[in-house]
Ligand binder design. Structure first.
Ligand code: FE2
Length: 407
């Protein structure tokens, strides 16, 4: 049985099933192993890991610890509670209307980040005058329909992960800032910070950056230099603002002081860096990497909510969930009626009742003519169905994003 315990309850002989933190943040080559020495427990605690999941069928048990299922249920209940609070989606066009433009913006931004990173490797300065218009394009797309670009950014070519991740963090930061009501200039600066936050990775050797497997301690130390390196590179950029500098330096800081490079305690991490930390981890853990399959957006939100006890500001995590939805646009969902569809638009006041474009009947195991329904509407008007789960597109061999672009 899988159970969740406090890291301080760990004992030699227990079997660690999951270190309960994102896999970029812990120094272990594997995340499942039997504890053989007290020094391993100390290493876990020193890494800022506060609770872990243990497998009691492979090691010692803690009798009164909650099971994984109990923890999941409790977090899900809290998420459902949050879902009834009002989000603030900004929708001027439908996702289908914005789709093609968003696709172009994604491609252009991807190429731009690639060029910036190449320039940095060659010792050239970052050209803000090329980057600012791109952040503007991304912001405008988000304002027309945030779901189109956010949905599209979920698809990342594994080889181009670093570049696409930067575009994604920019996109999500802009949407997040707008949804919490930050002003246009702050939003623009935060988007710029998102696009440039990993500039320091240009100095990380490719074999470490794209290593198809877990990093050694030494490699992890190299990666950990990227916030400071990026900050130093950006300091050489004329007209760079304080916000992108701060996000670049501090997006890996954690509320309990376990982050890097400065191990800042929560009260010393700015709001925008706290927001960037959430967005950065959300995007990283939902992405497929060559050694790791990404989580679904819904699972990632649940995990970040769970980790927010120590690593993130819980209030901001909740605000982020209200921004992207419990079932973000582009998520494949199964409805009570047995129909399968893709989430196309968030509901303005209930995150559990988005619009969904249905295209498969699991009862007849066949494609149906795509039809968009609004789950918030009463029976007979396309509503009265409800989401029972999110589904893995690979399991159904479908590409839900393909159905976003058809009107
Ligand atoms: Fe980073």
């Amino acid at each position: 049985m899988i159970k969740k315990i406090d890291a301080k309850q760990l004992k030699v002989g227990m079997y660690v099933h999951d270190l309960s933190c994102d896999w970029m943040s812990h120094p272990f080559l594997v995340s499942q192993f039997k504890i053989k020495a007290d020094s391993e427990i100390q290493k876990i605690i020193n890494a800022g890991i506060h609770d872990v999941y243990i497998d009691t069928s492979k090691g010692m048990d803690v009798l009164d610890a909650p099971t994984e299922e109990e923890v999941k249920k409790e977090i899900h209940a809290e998420m459902i509670q949050l879902a009834s609070e009002t989000p603030s989606p900004i929708i001027k066009l439908s996702v289908a209307e914005e789709f093609n433009r968003a696709k172009q913006i994604k491609n252009q931004a991807h190429q731009l980040v690639r060029t910036v990173m190449q320039d940095v490797r060659l010792g050239k300065a970052v050209q803000l005058e090329q980057i600012e218009p791109m952040v503007e394009n991304i912001t405008e797309s988000i304002l027309r329909n945030s779901g189109a670009l956010i949905g599209l950014m979920r698809i990342k070519n594994k080889d181009d992960y670093t570049f696409l991740h930067s575009v994604s963090v920019c996109t999500l930061m802009v949407a997040f800032c707008r949804s919490v009501g930050l002003d246009t200039e702050t939003t623009r600066q935060a988007g710029l910070g998102g696009l440039l936050h990993d500039t320091g990775k240009a100095l990380v050797p490719d074999e470490v950056l794209n290593k198809p497997g877990r990093l050694t301690d030494e490699e992890f130390d190299i990666i950990k230099k990227h916030p400071k390196d990026g900050h130093e590179i950006l300091l050489q950029t004329p007209q760079i603002g304080a916000i992108p500098l701060d996000i670049t330096l501090h997006h890996h800081e954690r509320m309990d002081g376990s982050g890097y490079p400065d191990k800042l305690p929560g009260e010393q991490i700015t709001t925008l860096s706290q927001m960037a930390a959430i967005v950065d981890v959300y995007d990283a853990i939902t992405a497929d990497r060559c050694y790791h399959k990404g989580m679904s957006a819904t699972d990632a939100l649940r995990k970040i909510f769970e980790w927010s006890k120590f690593h993130f500001n819980p209030q901001y995590v909740q605000a982020f969930m209200r921004c992207v939805g419990i079932y973000p646009t582009g998520t494949l969902v199964l409805l009570e009626s047995g129909k399968l569809g893709v989430v196309t638009e968030q509901h303005e006041s209930n995150l559990l009742q988005p619009k969904v474009k249905l295209f498969i009947s699991t009862r007849s195991n066949a494609y149906i003519t795509p039809v968009e329904i609004d789950l918030s509407r009463p029976m007979g008007k396309g509503g009265a169905d409800k989401i029972i789960s999110h589904e893995d597109p690979a399991k159904w061999k479908v590409d839900p994003i393909r159905f976003l672009c058809s009107a």
